[in-house]
Design a protein around this ligand. Sequence first.
Ligand SMILES: *[C@@H]1O[C@H](CO)[C@@H](O)[C@H](O)[C@H]1NC(C)=O
Ligand SMILES: *[C@@H]1O[C@H](CO)[C@@H](O)[C@H](O)[C@H]1NC(C)=O
Ligand SMILES: *[C@@H]1O[C@H](CO)[C@@H](O)[C@H](O)[C@H]1NC(C)=O
Ligand SMILES: *[C@@H]1O[C@H](CO)[C@@H](O)[C@H](O)[C@H]1NC(C)=O
Ligand SMILES: *[C@@H]1O[C@H](CO)[C@@H](O)[C@H](O)[C@H]1NC(C)=O
Length: 575
Amino acid sequence: MPMASSSLCFISLLCFLLCHGALKLQASHHVYTAQASRLLLHHYEQPYRTSYHFQPPKNWINDPNGPMIYKGIYHLFYQYNPKGATWGNIVWAHSTSTDLINWKPHDHAIYPSQPSDINGCWSGSATILPGEKPAILYTGINPKNQQVQNLALPKNLSDPYLREWVKSPNNPLMAPTPQNRINSSSFRDPTTAWLGHDGQWRVIIGSKIDARGLAIMFRSKDFVRWDQVDHPLHYADGTGMWECPDFFPVAKNGRAGIDTSVNGGHVKHVLKVSLDDTKHDHYTVGTYDLKKDIYVPDKESTEGYTGLRYDYGKYYASKTFFDGQKKRRVLWGWVNESSSVDDDMKKGWSGVQAIPRAVWLDASGKQLIQWPIAEIQKLRKDKIKLRNKVVKKGSIIAVKGVTAAQADVEVSFKVKSFKKAQRLKAEWKDPQLACSRMGAAAMGGVGPFGLLVLASKDLEEYTSVFFRVFKGQDKYVVLMCSDQSRSSLNANNDKTTYGAFLDVDPVRENISLRSLIDHSIVESFGSKGKACITARVYPKLAMGDKAGLYAFNNGTERVTITKLSAWSMKKAQIS
Ligand SMILES: *[C@@H]1O[C@H](CO)[C@@H](O)[C@H](O)[C@H]1NC(C)=O
Ligand SMILES: *[C@@H]1O[C@H](CO)[C@@H](O)[C@H](O)[C@H]1NC(C)=O
Ligand SMILES: *[C@@H]1O[C@H](CO)[C@@H](O)[C@H](O)[C@H]1NC(C)=O
Ligand SMILES: *[C@@H]1O[C@H](CO)[C@@H](O)[C@H](O)[C@H]1NC(C)=O
Ligand SMILES: *[C@@H]1O[C@H](CO)[C@@H](O)[C@H](O)[C@H]1NC(C)=O
């Protein structure tokens, strides 16, 4: 069995690393101390720090790296600048959790220490090798500033926190050469590897040739010697550099997650790429053709800038892992700031991780469904309920009794009549454009109706998350928007309005929305996770206990709130 031989090899490599003491951790790479963060908080008011989203006490973070579960402990590594609130000096910071909500920080796991990563330890993924042995592949930046791929293994497999990592003396394992003609500035972010039927591991790495985005594939028997496969797993012209690819199977039926190496008639595959040119995470649904060793997107699954996105707001460099304990696939994604660099430096930090989402294939087979992991509900308290409330044109209903700056809201609307639905104009094919042309303040036929979150008392400030229903060719078209144009009196923020089309039939289904609100982030899930929009906002008035929550309708047709539930959210233990 190739499995046995690869695990034997793994053991001898580990032994080699340990016995020959290849690399030692340095004492300087310690986590931020609680004292340092208290000092920091003391010096600057921090109204925009989140209470239940993952973020370290200070400094810059970006991509989630190597998420996994090991011996019942969840691991999150992430790109981190130990020295400031802007990108640079990148190391792998490390935290662990038993519930994906409360986190415990550890020393940096991976940081520059050998020629193959001396100029940076960039993104990568974890693979659990046979015998429950985690391995990390990551991109290192070498002294020539070339991007190469490296391996790191846990020093002590009995430590469930996997606090220390040992780098392979064989690094780099994959590198650009004159022969392979890989562009050394466009070769990064190895995925979780998967085992093929031939017993060989496969991994893909994001790249490009001119404007063609591609997923370069390597194969290995022992996880140490990797050979480039003569063809990429997949490529698409005109999509630019592919960062942080993620490739995984999803069940055709049901919500259960599937381990990365599984293939067969009961699964479809998903390829997600982070498009460097537009900074959005796009995915297609398709088939992994084992014979040809290529991925083939379904015909109706569009590639590139107009294809499906995990999130139609801010969400990038995301990565999934298979949670064998709860039999689900969990998605992590980085959400950057919408504030100015000056403001980021003043507040001393930049970037948060979105609430982890469970992902599965929609019954249509055409798209994924994403939903906040169930554990987040542990933070809910003080439930507020509204039932069967008619919302007429122009009305605004206050939802009182929750801490509106730190809340979880679920609302469901029923539209009774579509008579006044407007026609969808051809130029509104781009949902973001449609939403920015018609914000919450533009009255309509059916909609806008939805929520006003992080709203100040006299509505000088609010972020509106809402729906509009249009008459399309042969069916109604539902548009979901997150309008930040009035989110803050501070003019220096990026207030782009975001939009997405929702694949629902409003005649047969109620239109639902869930928003996770956490001081400066609003994560919204339309129709039970068919479309997600994440926004960053920095109100000057609607901060802390000055923030309000409302439901509204600015359409001519009345709508009914069939059900609204809102909870105050407790603070998570994060740092
Ligand atoms: C490995 O980790 C276990 C559990 O934390 C600990 O008891 C043991 O001392 C560690 N071994 C070494 C060599 O550090
Ligand atoms: C390699 O990638 C870099 C970064 O995107 C780009 O500037 C350069 O033109 C590429 N080189 C070639 C030969 O394609
Ligand atoms: C981060 O946010 C800015 C401004 O809001 C945006 O222009 C940029 O593309 C984002 N970067 C990434 C990597 O998401
Ligand atoms: C509803 O529309 C009116 C008229 O355009 C506008 O003044 C008001 O601000 C809108 N309400 C919301 C919540 O945007
Ligand atoms: C929509 O809401 C109404 C009122 O609560 C409920 O009776 C109905 O079952 C809901 N429809 C769907 C499809 O969930």
